[in-house]
Design a protein around this ligand. Structure first.
Ligand code: G1P
Length: 295
């Protein structure tokens, strides 16, 4: 019986320079898709997968994140006074119980592997999940919950995976797997951000992981990898000959909200998925296309 996974790490220390000037004063993770911050999507997905402890690896200038998950008594009292029960409910779904969230700071931008290792004392010797909030996945069953089910069978470590365009391999961790047809594929090799000519495939790691606690030990002994940073991919690769690593082909549409184009696409997709906005937004897009084709 595999140990239950109840802790998740959210690396949120990045400066978000791709979204300057917006990120000059707000953390990237607070930027909204429709009316919910990116981080809320990540938290909801984790909760749905049975996560009970949420560990944020943050940095200077990210206090808006901890405020976001706190109670907001003044706002709540005002909504109560005005009898805005629906809004009150929405607001309450964002509150986190005291003690459910822990914040650790990452000193210096030393890479994703380093960020994850900052949470080692909170994870101890338990398997844990990692969610990168930039990767937003729209699906019927949330991606991490899909992975938890598969992981209960496989054990070891597991990464979410999808095919990317061959020219994009240098933006991802790239996998070499045995059985490309199955949903949980045994990983034979993985390499961080290879050039397309060096890539073993175009199957990429997407920001959802379920990891063995061994990864924390590997990370502490790891030197800088691709881009001069301590890479999570390198620590996971060490598990291939140990407890094993599986790549999980999830069902759903992934949006790269770390890029402007991806963020815009996600905004449209999540807007169209909302009953209260669908008709107006779809009408607007249709009109826009028409006027552009006539221009
Ligand atoms: C990180 C990981 C990479 C993974 C990617 C998924 O890269 O290092 O292996 O494929 O997330 O989004 P980053 O996007 O932080 O450069």
């Amino acid at each position: 019986m595999n140990q239950k996974v109840t802790k998740a790490i959210f690396p949120v220390a990045g400066l978000g320079t791709r979204f300057l000037p917006a990120t000059k004063s707000i953390p990237k993770e607070i930027m909204t898709l429709v009316d919910r911050p990116l981080i809320q999507y990540a938290i909801d997905e984790a909760r749905d997968a049975g996560i009970e402890e949420f560990i944020f690896v943050t940095s200077r200038g990210k206090s808006a994140l901890s405020d976001y998950f706190d109670d907001s008594p003044v706002l709540e009292a005002e909504l109560q006074r005005k009898n805005k029960t629906e809004l009150l409910e929405v607001l309450r779904t964002t509150n986190m119980e005291s003690g459910q969230i822990a914040y650790v700071r990452q000193a210096g931008a030393k890479g994703l592997g380093h960020a994850v290792s900052c949470a080692r004392r909170l994870v101890h010797d338990e398997p844990f999940a990692v969610i990168l909030p930039d990767d937003v996945i729209m699906s019927d069953k949330p991606c991490l919950a899909q992975m938890m089910e598969a992981h209960a069978e496989t054990g070891g470590s597991m990464v979410a995976a999808m095919e990317v365009r061959p020219e994009e391999t240098s933006s991802y961790g790239i996998l070499e797997v045995d059985d490309t047809a199955s949903q949980a594929m045994k990983v034979r090799g993985m390499v961080e951000k290879p050039r397309s000519e060096d890539a073993p495939s175009n199957l990429a790691v997407i920001g959802r992981y379920i990891l063995s606690p061994n990864i924390m030990n590997s990370l502490s002994g790891l030197g800088a990898g691709a881009g001069g940073e301590i890479q999570l991919t390198d620590a996971i690769a060490r598990e291939i000959d140990g407890e094993g690593v599986h790549a999980f082909r999830f069902e759903g549409q992934r949006y790269d909200c770390g890029s402007k184009a991806g963020f815009l696409q996600a905004t449209v997709a999540f807007g169209l998925a909302r009953e209260d906005l669908r008709d107006e937004l779809a009408g607007f897009i249709a009109d826009l296309r028409l006027s552009q084709s006539q221009a």
